[in-house]
Design a protein around this ligand. Structure first.
Ligand SMILES: Cc1cc2nc3c(=O)[nH]c(=O)nc-3n(C[C@H](O)[C@H](O)[C@H](O)COP(=O)(O)OP(=O)(O)OC[C@H]3O[C@@H](n4cnc5c(N)ncnc54)[C@H](O)[C@@H]3O)c2cc1C
Length: 618
């Protein structure tokens, strides 16, 4: 009989207010699904989409995954999705595949600190998962997971503290993060320490024409991607997810239609490089990579390796990153030897004979001479893929433009497996926040719970949340929030609500009336009063009247919205055409604008735009 195992997914400091939750390896989701459960559409069937699916399902949310292509474990002649090509070695960001991985993204985007936080969430998850035994295999290997030692080497001193201007600063910073947060750390501060620890018959300490000057070892999870993807696809299906092969186009335009067709509440975009076309994101670009697949059985000519070895890209005197050495044993007795880093190159036309592949292999052989006796895996000796980078780093955020709940989780570059659990947790948190804000019940509850606020004050906050606040009341309220004893995280959120929702409502009203932003404030209130009056005088029943009032006040859910639009269209009432149109517009536009404002408030909470965050990095 199989035992149910659970692993905790911890929130990060960037998802304030989120609680730890569990995912399980059991067939049934941890929270029951039924026809009334919320439903999320995920576009993309790689690691980024599947991890989000797993988490949502165990939270009791129904999932449908749409993907153009899935992982293939049976056919070696067809190209494989990027998630399958990966090493997939866990590394403290930035990954060894290039120091330029995290370019300065600008305020409001993910920083290296976000990457490290997400990497640590993933690390802790994998380490816990490694303790999971199931009926098939011991030690978490249903996910294809092994925990190895990773040895990293540097041509300069990455260990001793250095100034922020030094080229080795990034390496030092990364070492500092490893030393304080990761298990199994051994340090080699100079070449003598390296020589003492590593047998010359295993690695060449002056490979690449230079002596290694420092290095360190730490514990690192490694994932057998073939096994992990097949397992995740089967697991989410057992838990109730529907997997559909389908290419989606022009998501911002077609998303609302998809939500209606699939009767879903939100969409997650986890399409990796595909996001370039899908949401027309010009920041997205490919970085071509390749690995040789080497037999690592105990019977091969090559000595069997348990540990992983890495010479990360290092910045040379010319300011350019050097080539890397990447040697990673997976628990399927295959050794991955790489790697190639070719930004903006998406030709999948490399062969083992290509000059850059030969150079990559020679570099690895120079570093680990015994590789020269190795044999390649017969049926699949060589793999290439395109890492999905973006100029502004990985995009885990609510879409602020589309007006329906759309959450992006793409652009993981060379670290999809390293940061995947963390980014999935963040995406799930955003989905939940948007859905809660859609109902707005969460925020109204926070207001309701304030024991030290008078009823009048509570009503004003509730009105702000519902979007019925005038400009004077708004500034009055902002002062009150500032002076109150509400916890900081709630304070920020309430201020965001007051600031951006009011602003967005005014913008929406401006659009409706085709007015300039300056003179719509009063008009907004007049319009609303007029509309409410029309509703009061109508011959609709009380329930219908309530729904219209809610629409006008901006508190309407998706289902009610659609129902109302039909009612307005079909109405035989003698409503003047102008009012009929305005009612329709109010329902449509205000809901969309509220969703945009909610998306913005959520992103602001996750990617603080205060200057000091960026100053700290310079
Ligand atoms: C050579 C190489 C080595 C690597 N090594 C490592 C490593 O050691 N460690 C590490 O952490 N990472 C590594 N990576 C990076 C890692 O593979 C990626 O970051 C990760 O796979 C990204 O996963 P994803 O799910 O976001 O995208 P993908 O795996 O590309 O999945 C995208 C999914 O979206 C679907 N899709 C795309 N467009 C559409 C559309 N319009 N409609 C419907 N579906 C669509 C695709 O069919 C696919 O199912 C490596 C990558 C390469 C190439």
């Amino acid at each position: 009989m199989s035992t149910v195992h659970r692993v905790v997914v911890h929130p990060s400091r960037y998802t304030q207010g989120a609680s730890p939750f569990e995912v399980s390896t059991s067939d049934a989701p941890l929270k029951d699904l039924n026809a009334d459960s919320r439903h999320v559409l995920i576009v993309g069937g790689g690691v980024s989409g599947l991890l989000v699916a797993w988490m949502l399902l165990d939270k009791g949310i129904r999932v449908t995954i749409l993907a153009k292509e899935w992982a293939r474990t049976w056919d070696f002649s067809e190209p494989r999705i990027t998630s399958q090509i990966a090493g997939a070695l866990w590394e403290m960001p930035p990954g060894g595949c290039g120091l330029t991985e995290i370019e300065t993204p600008g305020a409001g985007w993910a920083t290296v600190e976000h990457y490290r936080e997400w990497a640590m969430q993933s690390y802790n998850f994998y380490m816990k998962y490694a303790e999971v035994s199931n009926e098939h295999e011991k030690g978490g290997s249903s996910l294809g997971l092994s925990v190895a030692k990773l040895h990293q080497f540097f041509y300069d001193d990455a260990i001793t503290s250095c100034s922020k201007k030094s080229p080795r600063h990034e390496h030092y910073n990364k070492y500092a993060a490893v030393k304080t947060r990761i298990g199994g750390v051994e340090v080699y501060p100079d070449k003598e320490a390296i020589a003492q620890r590593f047998d010359k018959s295993i690695i060449n300490l002056s490979s690449g024409g230079n002596h290694f000057q420092s290095g360190y070892t730490h514990t690192a999870p490694i994932i057998n991607t073939d096994k992990a993807l097949a397992y995740l696809m089967a697991l989410v299906q057992r838990k109730g997810a529907t997997l559909e092969t389908r290419e989606v186009k022009d998501l911002r335009e077609t998303g609302q239609r998809l939500l209606t067709d699939y009767k879903a509440d939100a969409i997650v975009n986890a399409t990796g490089l595909g996001a370039r076309e899908l949401v027309n994101d010009e920041d997205v670009y490919p970085v071509r990579g390749a690995v040789r697949r080497v037999e690592n059985t105990r019977h091969s000519k090559f000595r069997h390796l348990n540990d992983a070895y890495l010479v990360p890209a290092q910045i040379g005197p010319d300011g350019l990153p050097s080539k890397t050495v990447f040697i990673v044993p997976r628990n399927d007795d295959i050794l991955y030897v790489g790697s190639i880093i070719q930004p903006h190159n998406e030709n999948m036309n490399l062969t083992p004979e290509s000059p850059e592949v030969q150079q990559m292999w020679d570099r690895a052989g120079d570093f680990m001479p015994s590789l020269n006796h190795a044999g390649f895996v017969n049926h699949f000796p060589f793999a290439q893929g395109l890492r999905p980078f973006t100029k502004k780093n990985v995009k885990v955020r609510a879409d602020e433009d589309c007006g329906f709940p759309l959450v992006h989780n793409y652009g993981h570059g060379g670290s999809g497996w390293t940061i995947g659990v963390g980014t999935a947790q963040c995406a799930v948190h955003i989905v939940e926040t948007l859905l809660d804000d859609k109902d707005k019940t969460g925020l109204l509850q926070v207001v309701g719970m304030q024991t030290d606020w008078s009823d009048i004050k509570k009503e004003k906050f509730s009105n702000a949340i519902k979007g019925t606040l005038g400009a004077n009341e708004k500034s009055e309220l902002l002062d009150k929030i500032q002076a109150s004893g509400v916890p900081e995280s709630c304070k920020d959120r309430l201020k965001n609500v007051v600031n951006s929702w009011s602003a967005e409502l005014i913008k929406a009203s401006a659009k409706i009336g085709n007015q300039t932003l300056t003179d719509v404030d009063d008009r907004l209130i007049d319009d609303k009063t007029n509309l409410l009056e029309v509703v009061t005088q109508s011959d609709w029943n009380d329930e219908e009247k309530d729904k219209f009032r809610n629409a006008i006040n901006g508190t309407l859910g998706e289902t009610e919205k659609a129902e109302l639009l039909d009612r307005v269209r079909a109405s035989s009432l003698q409503i003047p055409d102008t009012y009929r149109d305005r009612l329709t517009n109010v329902v449509r536009l205000w809901s969309a604008e509220l969703m945009k404002a909610s998306a913005k408030a959520t992103n602001d909470a996750i990617y603080p735009i205060e200057d000091n965050v960026y100053k700290a990095r310079l």
